[in-house]
Write a protein that binds this ligand. Sequence first.
Ligand SMILES: Cc1cc2nc3c(=O)[nH]c(=O)nc-3n(C[C@H](O)[C@H](O)[C@H](O)COP(=O)(O)OP(=O)(O)OC[C@H]3O[C@@H](n4cnc5c(N)ncnc54)[C@H](O)[C@@H]3O)c2cc1C
Length: 360
Amino acid sequence: MTESHLPKTQVVIIGSGIGGCIAALALAPYYSVTLIDKDAEPQNKVGESLAPAAIRILKQLSLQHLLSDPRHIVSQGTLSYWGSDEPTLIDNLKNPDGFGWHLDRAYFEKQLREACHKANIHCIWPAQLVNSAKTPQGWKITYQHDSKAYQLMSDIVIDASGRHCVFARQQGVARHQFDKLMSIGFTANLNITKNVAVISHTDDSWWYSAPLHQNDLNAGVYQQKRIFSWYAEPHIIKAAQIHTPQALLQRAQHVTGLGALISQLDHSSAALHPMLAANSSKLESCSGNAWFAIGDSAISFDPLSSQGMFNAMASAMQLSELLINNGLNHTDNRVIYQQQVDKIWQSYLAHRALYYKMVS
Ligand SMILES: Cc1cc2nc3c(=O)[nH]c(=O)nc-3n(C[C@H](O)[C@H](O)[C@H](O)COP(=O)(O)OP(=O)(O)OC[C@H]3O[C@@H](n4cnc5c(N)ncnc54)[C@H](O)[C@@H]3O)c2cc1C
């Protein structure tokens, strides 16, 4: 089919995670937006601690009520054993935005997808990006839906596909990794309720634990589900030969700040989660000829920062503001957006260096 006969949209967004949905919702009052995702339903992704400042962005989009759902736990703060066996409580009491949240992540993404439907955004899922080509009429996007290939034309493309940055990779853009950090974790039920996260540093690694929403409560017996994650270089995790949740649990119980939680744990409920990349990485270029990358697709942070979801939201809003104020095709958009991302990245690197220096 020739380009002029294909369905047309002004903005196509690849990926309906937090970044993709926020960009779609911000742009929809101004432009025709098509939002695609390879998954029919949001998957259970890792990462649940949402920074307090996220409420500002949700308020801008009149979506603050999403966080009032009881599935999301209000976070009372973080107990940090970072370079000390004595805990520091980071309690958000002095934070002007208030407390943060431990999200039911899949449910939050479902809420955002529903908001996109309500805003009459053209949503297609499951729809996997297959191919992209720049033509004089705009981007020709090929995606797979129900085992068939479809095409559409779009003035601009937003890559919100996460660390895979599928669209940017198709354009041949390199991604730079700044470290090799990996994570492995387990979830388990506890007989106590503690709505605080715990961070603890060990000689060559660090641990994180946080409460999760519980879907499968046993009638009459309250147990709180928690995640325990171990972060280290891949050779350290591989050498530990963790094949069962018990193997990881045994390591966790000796970690400062985790012992008391582990002692309240229902061992039979422990479930191991696979190893995952948790490195800091960045696309060489986060924008190009009528395309932009947001969220993890542009830059991904060390989970120590708990800023990944907020950055997905914030970069979606920054880009949307530019596209709304300047128009889709303004040549400055690309340069200004790249400068904005670079500034965030530099300040993130400085902050990260400061944190790791405290324990080196
Ligand atoms: C171990 C770990 C712990 C973390 N903990 C936290 C935390 O506590 N707090 C925090 O804020 N952040 C945390 N993060 C980071 C956070 O999860 C990410 O920053 C966040 O998911 C980024 O959102 P996003 O929308 O940019 O990308 P994603 O959430 O990755 O969404 C990308 C979407 O694109 C879709 N997609 C991918 N490929 C295609 C394709 N070919 N076609 C169509 N669709 C496609 C995917 O299905 C997905 O829905 C953690 C990360 C890791 C690895």
